[in-house]
Design a protein around this ligand. Structure first.
Ligand code: CA2
Length: 144
């Protein structure tokens, strides 16, 4: 069975509590449930994780090697700053999809830069919570 790690970075645990105009009113737990149902319908295994800590995210990416077939990563603000996460993705040699709820390209200039894009097979942004199921489908298509 194909297995996908869906990894979420800093502050995404606060989804649904503030800034609904930017990130929607769906909570991270709602998104996890959405992903679990979408994956179960297609007999895909998923592991849905979140951390506010860069090193913990690096550890989760390392642990994915030999366990998961691909990684969907919403690295939050670390997207725009973290060479460590970029190197972690490169080092495990698993396909990664960069994901964002918001359209980062329609926002502040500092959100236009991504270290994760450089090591990703593709990027999905701007579709809110729906982006997570789009990313699962894109990963399955990439792996097939
Ligand atoms: O659009 C996305 O998914 C982002 O990865 C979200 C990050 C942001 O730094 C990226 O540029 C784009 C921020 C997540 C913060 O989430 C919050 C949720 C509720 C309340 C406050 C922050």
């Amino acid at each position: 069975m194909t297995s996908i790690l869906i990894l979420n970075g800093p502050n995404l645990n606060l989804l649904g509590t503030r800034q609904p105009e930017v990130y929607g009113s769906t909570t991270l737990k709602d998104i996890e449930d959405l992903c679990a149902k979408h994956a179960a319908d297609q007999s895909i295994a998923i592991s849905f994780q979140q951390s506010n800590h860069e090193g913990a995210l690096v550890d989760a990416i390392h642990t994915a090697r030999g366990v998961h077939d691909g990684i969907i990563l919403n690295a939050g603000a670390y997207t725009h700053t973290s060479i460590a996460l970029m190197d972690a993705i490169s080092s495990v040699a698993l396909p990664a999809i960069e994901l964002h709820l918001s359209n980062v390209h329609a926002r502040e200039e500092f959100r236009h830069k991504s270290f994760i894009s450089k090591v990703s097979v593709g990027v999905i942004c701007g579709f809110g919570a729906k982006g997570y199921t789009l990313a699962i489908d894109a990963m399955m298509d990439h792996l097939s």
